[in-house]
Design a protein around this ligand. Structure first.
Ligand code: NAP
Length: 322
């Protein structure tokens, strides 16, 4: 009997067809009713799951009897209850590295857009507000030669720092839970406490993974430490930021601007952020280029078939169940 694979979110059609040529593939459809109910029903006899962007935990995985792997088409894995997966001896794999440069490009796009008011001035121009030469209200902040503070100098954080260092002659400072000398040295990046980084940066970019220590890492106190002309960028996860505190900092012009790709609740439907012209809001598109999404799908596919064909997948989040 063919092994059963559940596709639990939109997925690359060509790779899905490849999956279907080897396995029995069940594609969940959110329009067909409660998605968690569909998961509970289908997971009973499933061998593998592939997709992204769904909360998978005891509440919907409990009926699984032989699930071997959840292959996530993402690098972040905060949607999954890893402790529960360990308990059930279910592998979780992810897709690191292949999305690093696209996500760093997006972080820099947000940084430049927020610094130079690109999004709001685009609207302003299209609305016919450009009637005479621009004034101070349209002025932005220089990027070249400024101080870039990276919170979370990991794969993506380092790629952002490289853009700042080599492309914009920026002074790089960073904060991690542990110093990253190997990444920092070529960029002449100095390690700082979170407080020092916030006080000294012209641009603060958050690129941490979401974990117990990074939950609500940026709150009222942290935004108050930032400089008035500073720009805040978040491409990590919404829950790293106390969103209400950020909204207040932007409303009160405690900081110059923000650029956001991620939010506490996604999709972002209604928010006071929509009333602010000093924030650029994007719909979680860090890795969303055709090339990168293809590479992520390929890698997730490879992780999945490795598991189903009794090989150890290359990118396992949890490999030791004891
Ligand atoms: P990574 O290589 O694991 O880097 C994460 C870094 O964050 C690590 O260096 C880690 O170092 C640091 N970190 C973790 N907790 C911290 C804390 N409390 N304070 C300071 N630093 C902390 O992962 P990556 O590939 O760069 O991806 C990072 C995250 O970006 C992903 O987990 C995902 O959530 C997000 N992401 C978003 C998008 C998007 O579409 N917007 C796309 C891709 C990824 P220490 O453990 O030493 O502190």
């Amino acid at each position: 009997m063919r092994k059963k694979v559940i596709v639990f979110s939109q997925f690359d059609q060509e790779i899905q067809a490849r999956l279907a040529s080897r396995y029995q593939v069940v594609v969940l459809n959110p329009k067909a009713g409660d998605i968690n109910q569909q998961i509970r029903q289908e997971v009973i006899d499933a061998d593998a799951m592939i997709g992204a962007g769904r909360l998978l935990n005891e509440s919907n995985l409990e009926p699984a009897q032989k699930l071997k792997i959840i292959s996530s088409v993402s690098v972040g894995y905060d949607n999954y209850d890893v402790q529960y997966l360990n308990q059930k001896k279910i592998w979780l794999s992810n897709t690191p590295h292949v999305l690093t440069e696209s996500t760093a490009d997006l972080a820099f796009t947000l940084l430049m857009s927020a610094a130079r008011k690109v999004a709001s001035l685009d609207q302003w121009t299209k609305q016919g507000e450009w009637k005479r030469t621009v004034g101070t209200a349209q002025f932005g902040q220089d990027v070249f030669g400024k101080t870039l503070g990276v919170i979370g100098l990991g794969n993506i954080g380092a790629a952002i720092a490289r853009r700042g260092f080599y492309g914009f002659n920026m002074n790089i400072i960073y904060h991690n839970r542990r110093e990253k000398l190997d990444i920092a040295q070529p960029l002449n990046a100095q390690y700082k406490s979170l407080e020092e980084l916030l006080q000294q940066s012209d641009f603060v970019v958050v690129a941490v993974d979401l974990n117990q220590d990074s939950q609500a890492l940026m709150g009222k106190k942290e935004f108050a430490l930032m400089q008035k002309h500073a720009v805040f960028i978040n491409i990590a996860r919404g829950s790293v930021v106390d969103e209400q505190a950020l909204i207040e900092a932007l409303q009160q012009k405690q900081i110059f601007a923000a650029g956001l790709d991620v939010y506490q609740r996604e999709p972002l439907q209604e928010s006071p952020l929509f009333q602010l012209d000093n924030v650029v809001t994007l719909p979680h598109i860090g890795s969303a280029t055709a090339e990168t999404r293809k590479k992520m799908a390929e890698l997730a596919y490879q992780n999945l078939i490795d598991a189903l064909e009794d090989r150890t997948p290359r990118y396992l989040v949890n490999s030791n169940f004891n």
